[in-house]
Design a binder for this molecule. Structure first.
Ligand code: GAR
Length: 220
């Protein structure tokens, strides 16, 4: 199926545009940039927004020639103003899908309303297990290892008002080895994320995700 973009004012068909929000190292962002650059993912990254001005994610965006914008409590001390700035930046860049890639902040109501059902997140465990407030990054893997769980993995889901509760798009499982440490598990899960996230984004770009309330259907 051909990528479904938006018609731009010139009448040409625009490429499906991603707006990535990231806080940290940005390896998921890099996986997406690499796949869009090589044509394996029918989309382009139109803008990257980071809440940490010195993050690896913003460095990676600049290196790829993508607008890299720092928006945070520092640039906008009022939460409402920050929310509106994020929503407006995504709109200005013509974003079709908002991609949270290690973004550790909650989105505000203006951004959620403007992009409803078009915001995805990746979580480094099999939701609904090991999700919710305070469950992010290494903390997730520490909790998984501590629990003695024999499987973990990664989840791509839609974003709603709460932490990690939106409908699930894709999940991939991996075995937790008896001698896994949080670090070794994190490395293997991250490698899975780098494949799973572009795969989920491709489904959106190809118009193959149908959302009805909390029900998600993947079309052939
Ligand atoms: C990833 O493992 C991602 O799943 C996790 O942060 C890491 C970011 O890595 N996100 C969460 O925990 C969100 N709850 P990256 O900056 O290298 O892409």
């Amino acid at each position: 199926m051909s990528p479904r973009g938006i018609a731009n004012p010139s009448g040409r068909h625009a490429v499906y545009c991603l707006g990535v929000l990231a806080s940290g190292g940005g390896t998921n962002l890099q996986a997406i940039l690499d796949r869009t650059a090589s044509g394996r993912l029918p989309a382009r990254v139109g803008v990257v927004i980071g809440n940490n001005s010195r993050s690896g994610a913003l460095v990676r965006a600049r290196r790829a020639g993508v607008p890299a914008i720092h928006l945070s409590g520092r640039t906008h001390p009022q939460p409402g103003a920050l929310d509106r700035a994020i929503a407006e930046t995504l709109r200005f860049h013509g974003v079709n899908l908002v991609v949270l890639a290690g973004y550790m902040k909650k989105l505000g109501p203006a951004t959620l309303a403007m992009h409803r059902n078009r915001i995805v997140n990746i979580h480094p465990a099999l939701l609904p297990a090991f999700g919710g407030r305070g469950m992010y990054g290494d903390r997730v893997h520490e909790a998984v290892v501590q629990s003695g769980a024999q499987v973990s993995g990664a989840t791509v889901h839609l974003v709603d008002e709460e932490y990690d509760t939106g409908p699930i798009i894709l999940q991939r499982r991996i075995r937790v080895a008896p001698d896994d440490t949080p670090d070794s598990l994190a490395r293997r899960v991250l490698a899975v994320e780098h494949e799973l996230y572009p795969e989920a984004i491709r489904l959106f770009a190809e118009g193959r995700i149908r959302i009805d309330g909390r029900k998600v259907e993947i079309l052939d």
